[in-house]
Design a binder for this molecule. Structure first.
Ligand SMILES: Cc1ncc(C[n+]2csc(CCOP(=O)(O)OP(=O)(O)O)c2C)c(N)n1
Ligand SMILES: [Mg+2]
Length: 585
């Protein structure tokens, strides 16, 4: 068979495989280590190559593309320096269970282990960051290993796969055929498991559903909503997965993120059954492992996840089911609903608490920039298909708490807590859906980590609207300082550029606002600008979270630590540990 095929270079074969796997868009920062791949892309107009400005931003874009579409985000970077810059996005794809394929140029095979120029052993470097790492040492194995890369990235619990490409291998030729496309392997729930699930739920007094994780198609989201509605079940979602259940549905109760409503946390603890669908029940979602007992959860736990190895991790479930989200959601919808459920009143009470928490907390008298009102304005106006991206930081409490999410709209945020995600994710979302409104939320700290990807957006066409929440500090960390070391500000004050002037220098639409009434006109102008837009919101630094102020934190600060001599190991308090990582809002 091979005799009839033309000999192609490794670079051409890599691109032929990308085409065979249906890749339409790839994100890159160029490097001399993979010139053959770049050259083969010159002849592949089916693949839109996005030229990015830093590999961290490029990797976040690929991750956001994967999170949004369910198809692997493809990233191309060069050896040591490029791969090191890209690692933050690979780690995010790992923690967020996002399909991603990272192609990394590598030194020539005959140079390996000499510590050649920019040489890194990627199997070692990415071992704890990626789902799988491989290196293709023979051009004729490119179809096999590229196919494996796409299968591993998308099957079971999705994640990032790193493929190292030695530069001399890319020049070698082979007469082999590209194969594809990938077909994700997902488990289906069994009849007996579904019957047991139904009888456990039917026997509960105060059941609670927790939806989360990755792998949710729009159809799976519609199915789980139908199941919740038919059984009148209350449901919350895991950290930064607020778009799985339409927030307007009477069953929806909010998210178990860094700023989870205390009333919701109490309700989950009160529940006698937790049905977790897709969520890993990780540290943030479990409120630092305080929601359930370990390993005995202390209540009926039905845990459904795409990966067998997540089931029985930390918590021992009463019933564990390995299944993909489309498969389990369709099966749950097909179950006969529980008639006259005894938890209808409990569900109503929980929902009333969620609706009450949507009312902004009054923090100061008549603030000039009232973020609660601005979020309410956006909540009423953002179309159903709007895409909201978020960076990590305390500002994210406002969109998390006050915006309303639903499919086909999306919430794209790093459950890894990586700063720098918001702008590149918004750029990628707009590239994937140029006709939708995309709003990126970012702090002044996060904006200067990857804001240069505005240049990428402006080079490509329609761009997102980026809202920069400027409080002149790394606010999250300042919050922790005020709690632990009140008044001792160290390493958290920021001296910022003029964000609007900076954005204009890129060619973006830009505005600076300091008063509530300035927001609507600025946002409307940004929508019609049809290119990347930046609106800087000059915040009152007092507004440190949606629920408290800096001065209130300082007043309630913990007592100072004991002197060094008699200091003992602190006993860990789960609920404060979570607050130390991200802060409670
Ligand atoms: C890449 C990265 N570096 C550092 C941190 C630690 N960190 C978490 S939030 C935060 C401050 C965020 O500041 P900003 O973007 O201005 O948002 P704010 O908290 O002020 O609203 C820092 C430094 C992180 N999560 N990610
Ligand atoms: Mg800040």
């Amino acid at each position: 068979m091979a005799a009839n095929l033309p000999a192609r270079s490794g670079g051409q074969l890599v691109v032929a495989c990308l085409k065979a796997h249906g890749v339409e868009m790839a994100f890159s920062v160029a490097g001399e280590s993979y010139l053959e791949v770049l050259d083969a892309l010159y002849d592949a107009p089916e693949i839109r190559l996005i030229t990015c400005r830093q590999e961290g931003g490029a990797a976040f874009m690929a991750e956001a593309y994967g999170k949004l579409t369910g198809k692997p985000g493809v990233l191309l970077v060069t050896r040591g320096p490029g791969a090191c810059n890209a690692s933050i996005g690979v780690h995010t794809a790992f923690q967020d269970s996002t399909p991603m394929v990272v192609l990394v140029g590598q030194v020539a095979r005959h140079q390996i282990d000499r510590e050649a120029f920019q040489e890194v052993d990627f199997r070692k470097m990415y071992a704890p960051l990626a789902k799988w790492v491989t290196q293709i040492d023979m051009a004729e194995r490119i179809p096999e290993l590229m196919s494996q890369a796409f299968q591993v990235a998308t099957s079971g619990r999705p994640g990032p796969v790193v493929v190292a490409l030695p530069e001399d291998m890319l020049r070698e030729t082979a007469a082999v055929e590209a194969v594809g496309p990938w077909r994700a392997v997902r488990a289906h729930p069994g009849e007996a498991d579904l019957a047991e699930l139904r009888s456990l739920v039917a026997a509960a007094q105060r059941p609670m559903v927790l939806v989360g994780g990755s792998g949710w198609s729009d159809a799976a989201c519609a199915d789980i909503a139908a199941f919740l509605h038919a059984n009148d079940l209350p449901a919350c979602c895991s950290f930064r997965r607020q778009d799985i259940v339409d927030n307007r549905l009477r069953n929806y109760l909010g998210d178990l993120g860094t700023g989870a409503a205390p009333s919701l946390v109490a309700r989950v603890k009160e529940a006698d059954l937790l049905l977790a669908v897709g969520a890993r029940i990780g540290e943030i979602t479990s409120q630092s492992y305080s929601l359930l007992g370990i390993p005995d959860p202390g209540k009926v736990l039905i845990h459904i996840h795409a990966a067998a190895e997540e089931l029985g991790r930390v918590f021992r479930p009463t019933l564990a089911i390995q299944a993909g989200m489309p498969e389990i959601a369709a099966a749950l919808t097909a179950l006969p609903p529980v008639a006259n459920p005894r938890w209808a009143g409990w569900r109503r009470e929980c929902r009333a608490e969620y609706e009450a928490a949507l009312q902004p907390t009054r923090l100061t008298d008549a603030p000039a920039l009232d973020l609660g009102r601005i979020m309410a304005w956006l909540r009423e106006r953002l179309p159903d298909d709007a895409i909201v991206t978020s960076d990590a930081g305390n500002f994210s409490g406002w969109p998390n708490r006050f915006l309303s999410y639903r499919r086909p709209g999306r919430q794209l945020g790093p459950t890894s807590g990586a700063m720098g995600y918001g702008v590149p994710a918004a750029v990628a979302a707009k590239l994937a859906h140029p006709d939708r409104i995309v709003v990126g939320f970012v702090g002044d700290g996060g904006f200067l980590m990857t804001g240069q990807e505005l240049a990428t957006s402006l080079a490509e066409g329609p761009g997102p609207i980026v809202l920069v929440f400027n409080n002149s500090m790394y606010g999250t960390i300042r919050m922790h300082q005020e709690r632990r070391f009140p008044g001792r500000i160290s390493g958290t004050s920021l001296n910022n550029p003029d964000f609007a002037a900076l954005a204009r220098s890129y060619g973006a639409y830009a505005a600076t606002i300091a008063r509530t009434e300035e927001f609507a006109p600025a946002f409307e102008e940004a929508v019609v600008a049809r290119r990347a837009a930046v609106i800087e919101l000059r915040m009152d630094p007092e507004m440190i979270t949606t629920r408290t102020t800096l001065s209130a934190l300082r007043r309630q600060a913990e007592p100072p630590p004991p002197p060094a001599d008699d200091r003992t190991e602190p006993t860990s308090r789960p609920s404060t540990k979570l607050a130390q990582i991200f802060g409670r809002m």
